[in-house]
Design a binder for this molecule. Structure first.
Ligand code: NAP
Length: 422
């Protein structure tokens, strides 16, 4: 705390105060500085629309007592323009850390040699180990499910390990041959000649910090269950170990709060004791089926990187798809909220696309800083706009008798509902 950063291009708003961390909690002043990255492609359209909605909800909820002082941070093409070709400036990393809470639009991954995705760079540089995706249904949104209102799940996806760790050896290379020889000769492994090889690291440290965050979330938000999702039946020492470490964290660190599914049947005759959180686990493949057929049985999911990647998009599709699904990447405290879709370059600067993914990432952000009244105003306004069937093009093509609005007009419609207009 207290460190004064000087930045080259970032300007901290003078009247805002920084969020700090005390013990294990955020300390949020009434006039916090929050960072935002506009993003590439459709980023500017959805960011300007969303900023107006967040500010309107905050003003309506707190009448000026609370107000966000927005601080623009730069990544992607806008950064490259300002910082002489640098897409991910060091001072952006520093500011994200210093401000603790930020939100970003989508970023282009420049095509061509040697560029890592900026999103992957961000997660790795800042060790944002949890990707958090709440998936819930808003009345009026087109859905393929018969009872989409039963979907209300928050996915905690591990962000740093698994087959995403980038430990891969291309078939035919020296490194591949060396590793293949070692695996065959030293460890007795058998596999076809010339197989590409990848390593799937899953650690106790990485698994436990993710599951810990998921259980803490369930406690803070009074969610009845946490489900560990894995393929431990096949990958015993990676995915199976994740499951075991997950139960270990639950029992060792959250004993007064939890009951495992085994204990539920052995000690409680299948009757959930009042106020406890059920810790259960499910195999990943059946989970895809269950989330379609019986989504009401799931509240918080904790899983590894690849399972989480698939599950997040599959579940988002049940309640309106990527145009609406919000998300965040977090470490213990620093959080970067983000639209989960890409830059949709063909729609850039057309004031056309759906801003809801970023908008609801901002709702998550408001909840994260404890401004639940403002978040709730947006949550309530959204279905009212859906009920009017005034939507952006993506929803319009799934809805009969709708009126298609531009990005900014859609934001205006939400702001009118927030302010109690017809
Ligand atoms: P995309 O940008 O997500 O777009 C794919 C399609 O999804 C769009 O053509 C559009 O569908 C629909 N869509 C996306 N955002 C929407 C919105 N806000 N409202 C309505 N519809 C929306 O995926 P992409 O074309 O594969 O990727 C483009 C670029 O984005 C790439 O450079 C990629 O690296 C980057 N990317 C960034 C992130 C990120 O920053 N988090 C994530 C993914 C991809 P229709 O064509 O059907 O209208």
């Amino acid at each position: 705390m207290g460190k004064i950063m000087t930045y080259q291009h970032i300007q901290l708003p003078e009247n805002g105060k920084k969020i700090s961390i005390s013990g294990n909690r955020l300390v949020v002043p009434d006039h916090p500085i929050l960072g935002y990255v506009e993003g590439d492609g459709i980023g500017p359209d959805i960011t300007s629309a969303s900023l107006r909605v967040w500010d309107a909800a905050i003003e309506k909820a707190y009448h000026g007592k609370r107000k966000v002082h927005w601080c623009e941070l730069y990544m992607g093409e806008k950064a490259a323009g300002i910082y002489s070709g640098v897409y991910f400036p060091q001072e952006t990393i520093e500011a994200i850390r210093e401000l603790v809470v930020s939100i970003k639009g989508p970023l282009t991954t420049p095509i061509g040699g040697g560029f890592r995705s900026l999103n992957v760079s961000l997660r790795q540089e800042m060790d944002l180990y949890a990707c958090v995706r709440p998936v819930r249904y808003y009345r009026g949104v087109p859905s393929p499910l018969q009872k989409p209102e039963e979907v209300d799940v928050v996915i905690f996806r591990e962000n740093t390990e698994d087959v995403y760790a980038g430990i891969e050896y291309e078939s035919g290379t020296d490194a591949n041959k060396k590793l293949a020889k070692f695996l065959r000769e030293e460890l007795g492994a058998e596999f076809f000649e010339d197989a590409g090889l990848g390593v799937k690291p899953i650690s106790a440290f990485g698994s436990k910090r993710l599951v810990r965050k998921a259980i803490q979330y369930a406690i803070d938000h009074q969610k009845p269950s946490v489900t560990l999702v894995h393929k431990g039946n096949i990958m015993k020492y990676t995915e199976g170990a994740f499951r075991n470490w997950g139960y270990e964290v639950a029992k060792e660190e959250f004993r007064p709060y939890i009951v495992t599914e085994e204990e539920l049947w052995e000690e409680h005759q299948g009757e959930m004791p009042d106020g406890k959180i059920l810790i259960k686990d499910r195999i990943a493949d059946i989970m895809f089926q269950l989330l379609q057929l019986r989504p009401a049985e799931f509240d918080v999911i904790a899983t590894m990187n690849l399972n989480g990647d698939y599950l997040s998009d599959a579940l988002a599709a049940e309640v309106g798809g990527v145009g609406i699904a919000p998300g965040a990447n977090m470490e213990d405290h620093v959080a970067v909220f983000e639209a989960t879709h890409g830059t949709a370059p063909k729609y850039a600067n057309q004031n056309k696309v759906n801003p809801s993914s970023l908008l609801f990432s901002g709702v998550m952000m408001l909840e994260y800083i404890g401004w639940t009244e403002a978040a709730q105003l947006i949550n309530d306004a959204f279905p009212a706009v859906m009920a009017d069937r005034t939507v952006t093009y993506d929803f319009a093509r799934l809805m009969d008798n709708s009126t298609t609005l531009s990005t900014s007009a859609f934001a205006d419609a939400i702001i009118r509902k927030i302010n109690g207009g017809a």
